[in-house]
Every structure is written in C-alpha cells, then in structure tokens.
Design a protein around this ligand. Structure first.
Ligand code: UFG
Length: 328
C-alpha cells in the first residue's frame, strides 16, 4: 500500500471520486465521514472511519491510527440556499469543524493539507473572469464559511508551516464513467442531476431559477468541470505538496461559461429526449455568472481537464442517473 491520505468527506460526491483517483495513483485513501450527507456504499477504495469533525478526539484518534502524509478536506455543508436561511449552521459545521481538523493536523505533525474551496468565495462580480488573485467577496454564508477556512490556512502556514493547496471549485458535474461512484445528494439541488431526473421521469420538471439575469439569454452562467478532472487536480496538488513546492491556491474550472438554457439544450442533444422545463423566480444567493480563469492549474500542475466538455459531463451523469443508486 502507498502513502496514506486522510480524506474527510470521502463518502460524498467529490470525496468518493477523489478516493478512486488517489487509489489509482498509488495512495491509500482513508475516509473520515459522518455519513450525514455521504453514503457508506461510496467508500470503496480504502478504509473507512465513521466520525464527525465536531469531535476533535475522533480526528486525533484517526490521525494517530492511520498516520497519513496529508489531509484532504472535502467534508462540508455546501448548499448556498440553506446557508442563507441558517448561517449559524454553516459557520458551526464548516468553520468550527474545519478548524478542529486543521488544529488536529498540525498537532499530529502533518504539514500537507488540501482544501476544497469554492468559487462562491468570489461573490457576484459582474461577469468578470475570476482568477486566483481576484478579491473574494462572498455573498452567502456558504462562501463566507469557505473563505474563513482559507484565511485560517494562511495563518496556520505562517504560524506552523502547514503547507496547503486550496482548490476553488467552479461547478462540478459528471460521474465516474465506470459507474463505481456518482453524484447523489438528498435533497438534490444541482442543475444537471435534476434535469436528468426530469428527463428520466423521476421528477416532474426542472424549474429554471430566473430568466431575467443580465446575460444573453437571461439565465445564470456557470463554468462546469468534470468531477474526474477535478479529482485528478487533487492528485497533482498532493504531489505538489509532497514535493515540497509550498502553499498555492488554484481555481478549477475550464474558463468557459454555459447558461442554464445552454445546459438544457445540450442535455436534449446528448440524451435525445425532451427536457420538461418550467420557469420560476430567481433562487436567493445565486450569482449571475461565475467563470474561472484557470491557467494556473494548467501551467503549475500540468492539469489537463480533458473530460470537461458539456456533452461528456452530461453523458457520464446520465449513465449514473440510470443505474441503481446508493441506498445507505
Ligand atoms: N438551477 C436551476 N434550477 C435548478 C437547479 C439549478 O435553474 O433546479 C440553476 C441555478 O440557478 C444556477 C445553475 O442552475 O444558475 C447551477 O446551479 P447549481 O445548483 O447546480 O450550482 P450552483 O452554481 O448554485 O452551486 C455550485 C456548487 C456550490 C457552489 C456554487 C457557487 O454546488 O457548492 O456553485 O455559486 F458554492
């Protein structure tokens, strides 16, 4: 077995795909997850510790038992809408939980930390292309909670030499094309799985949230990245840290934006089925357009987001949508 990595949130959508990529790259992913939103059946690629980041002793015990060379921190609450209604929950779980993990990591003598941050830390910036140096101005508690962990990581780098790679994800989509893991949230709030379920008759229709945005077709624009490409970047980021290259922030997107209407059109083409759609009001907390400048990951890490075309992401998500899903 290769070097171990503690993967918080390894039972979730992105974390489980990351475990698969880590295993394939020769590492041993040890999942730490409370299964609040994750699935035990998604933990297929290494050992599983069921634990909660609010429980510092549980984190200390997992680090002492498994002695990882690095920590990858995916576990978090991640619903923009919910964070607007219950900000305290987001500060408590994402920030207190994250701080517990960071403190435990340093106390265990580990100096490599990979963190899942988000383009939601940028807020709504009038359609400018967002690069790593764009000032962050979150407009919802979710984005604010992720930015807080970024700030904590900078402080811990300076105080304790904890090296970090921060990845700011744009919109993650698609699934493992081999069908071992895929995207399954309850409740599901993301555009592509919802529209595929609507096509498949698992829900009556997709509601488009707002058609009066200042974009060419009136719907929001997002930059979609394939989950398999995204997790490959994590393997590269881990190697970056293990090679002693120091702390670095990377945006993970493709630099190309798709409106909600464009995603719907592509889904119709890929599945060759009509998409049942109704038009509704804007969703609170949604930014108009979020598009990444992602040259840094390509240049520094040699990242090649080859699967991140809209047809490929929809095709792989569609494959997962139509197979039996996780039940526990
Ligand atoms: N949308 C709809 N109808 C739906 C669901 C989504 O019209 O039923 C629209 C949204 O309004 C948005 C776009 O589709 O314009 C994408 O929405 P998602 O919910 O799929 O993704 P978000 O852009 O809201 O959220 C994603 C990540 C968050 C991250 C956020 C940054 O899931 O973790 O990007 O804004 F914080």
């Amino acid at each position: 077995m290769g070097e171990r990595v503690l993967v918080t949130g390894g039972a979730g959508y992105i974390g489980s795909h990351a475990c698969k990529a880590l295993k394939r790259a020769g590492f041993e992913p040890v999942t730490f997850d409370n299964l609040n939103t994750g699935w035990a059946e998604a933990v297929k690629f290494g050992p599983f510790v069921q634990g909660d980041l609010m429980d510092r002793a549980a984190i200390d015990a997992a680090l002492a038992e498994w002695k990882p060379v690095a920590v990858m921190h995916f576990a978090a609450l991640s619903l923009v809408g919910e964070s607007m209604k219950d900000p305290a929950k987001y500060w408590r779980v994402n920030v207190n939980g994250g701080l517990n993990l960071i403190e435990a990591t340093v106390a265990a003598g580990i100096r490599n930390f990979v963190f899942s941050s988000t383009c939601a830390t940028f807020g709504d910036q009038d359609g400018v292309v967002l690069n790593e140096d764009t000032p962050q101005k979150p407009i919802n508690a979710y984005g604010a909670s992720k930015k807080a962990i970024e700030d904590i990581l900078f402080n811990f780098r300076d105080a304790f030499g904890l090296n970090h790679v921060i990845f700011r994800y744009f919109n993650v989509a698609g699934a493992d094309p081999e069908g071992e893991v895929g995207e399954q949230h309850e409740p599901e709030t993301h555009l592509i799985p919802i529209l595929l379920d609507a096509i498949d008759g698992k829900r009556p229709a997709l509601t488009v949230f707002g058609t009066d945005y200042p974009t060419p077709d009136g719907t929001c624009i997002r930059d979609y990245v394939h989950v398999m490409d995204l997790v490959e970047a994590h393997v590269l980021g881990l190697r970056w840290l293990l090679e002693g290259k120091g702390s670095r922030v990377f945006n993970l997107g493709t630099g190309k934006g798709f409106s909600v209407r464009e995603v719907i059109d592509q889904a119709r083409l890929v599945t060759n089925r009509e998409v049942p759609v109704v038009f509704g009001d804007r969703r609170p907390g949604d930014a108009t357009a979020l598009v990444s400048g992602s040259a840094r990951a390509v240049e520094d890490l040699g990242w090649m987001p080859e699967r991140s075309t809209m047809p490929q992401m929809i095709r792989d998500a569609w494959g997962w949508t139509r197979q039996p899903r996780f039940t526990e």
